[in-house]
Design a protein around this ligand. Structure first.
Ligand SMILES: NC(=O)c1ccc[n+]([C@@H]2O[C@H](COP(=O)([O-])OP(=O)(O)OC[C@H]3O[C@@H](n4cnc5c(N)ncnc54)[C@H](OP(=O)(O)O)[C@@H]3O)[C@@H](O)[C@H]2O)c1
Length: 233
């Protein structure tokens, strides 16, 4: 590719982030991956089309700086995979407001801030842009949410954000998709659920292949996209 398309991956040092970054590099993208801590820079993927950018994406001014930096350096941002997020178990009986706020900051604020700033930029681009969010199954299934209250609530608003971005795609050229994994086959999940059948889970690489499709021109006609990537879990 002479002029690579530009992809932002937030949470690039995470389990899913690493797989998505590798996949998009293999697809020919120039990838800018955000990390939270400076010491993660050295452990990052080495590739001539990969750039590491350190930012706390729950901080509005840092996200503004990030988008300004990308716009100045690359002029164009084609795809954004907003992967920062985390998980917590909690029942309604024991979930305090502070627990909800913590999960909102990690799962919603990070995705909202990046989406909002990227949306402003992408709608000025002739070819628009594609924002990818990561939801979670309990946000769609109340029975599963009962033991993951703060997590589910924080992810559920991303489905509303997905609708809002897509409501104006015809005018703005900006669309969004939301990926809904079940359980990813990651080292932390294996440690916390040692008796589970890991083969039922979805590998980060499998989810990265779905991202690869979404990031490609083949997904151009998709709208209001919610992709359930549950494997057999
Ligand atoms: N794992 C699953 O089974 C599963 C299931 C459903 C949905 N998901 C969703 O999939 C996404 C990726 O999951 P994962 O398992 O790959 O998570 P992960 O390995 O914990 O990766 C998350 C990454 O986000 C970074 N991060 C956290 N807060 C940040 C902030 N404020 N600013 C910038 N970076 C920040 C983390 O950095 P540090 O490590 O330095 O904190 C980490 O690199 C998340 O949105 C998660 O909720 C995961």
């Amino acid at each position: 590719m002479n002029n690579p398309h530009i992809a932002l991956v937030t949470g690039a040092s995470g389990n899913l982030g690493t797989a998505v970054t590798n996949q998009l590099l293999a697809d020919g993208f120039q990838v800018i991956g955000t990390i939270l801590h400076p010491d993660e820079k050295d452990s990052q993927i080495q590739h001539d089309r990969f750039e590491v950018y350190q930012a706390d994406v729950s901080n509005e001014s840092e996200v503004e700086e990030l988008v300004k930096y990308l716009t100045t350096k690359y002029q164009h941002i084609d795809v954004a995979c907003l992967l920062v997020g985390g998980f917590a178990m909690s029942s309604l009986e024991d979930t305090k407001l502070a627990d909800v706020e913590k999960m909102f900051k990690l799962n919603f604020n990070t995705a909202y801030l990046c989406s909002q700033k990227l949306y402003l930029r992408m709608k000025e681009q002739e070819s628009g842009g594609h924002i990818m969010l990561v939801g979670a199954r309990p946000a769609l299934q109340a029975d599963a949410a009962a033991s993951m209250v703060s997590y589910s609530l924080s992810k559920s608003l991303l489905f509303e954000l997905n609708k809002i971005i897509n409501a104006k795609t015809v005018e703005t050229g900006v669309r969004s998709s939301i990926l809904v994994p079940s359980v990813l086959d990651t080292p932390p999940n294996r440690n916390s659920m040692p008796d589970a059948n890991f083969n039922d889970w979805v590998t980060p690489e499998q989810l990265a292949e779905v991202v690869s499709f979404l990031a490609s021109p083949k997904s151009q006609a998709l709208r209001q996209t919610i992709l359930k990537v549950y494997g057999n879990a």
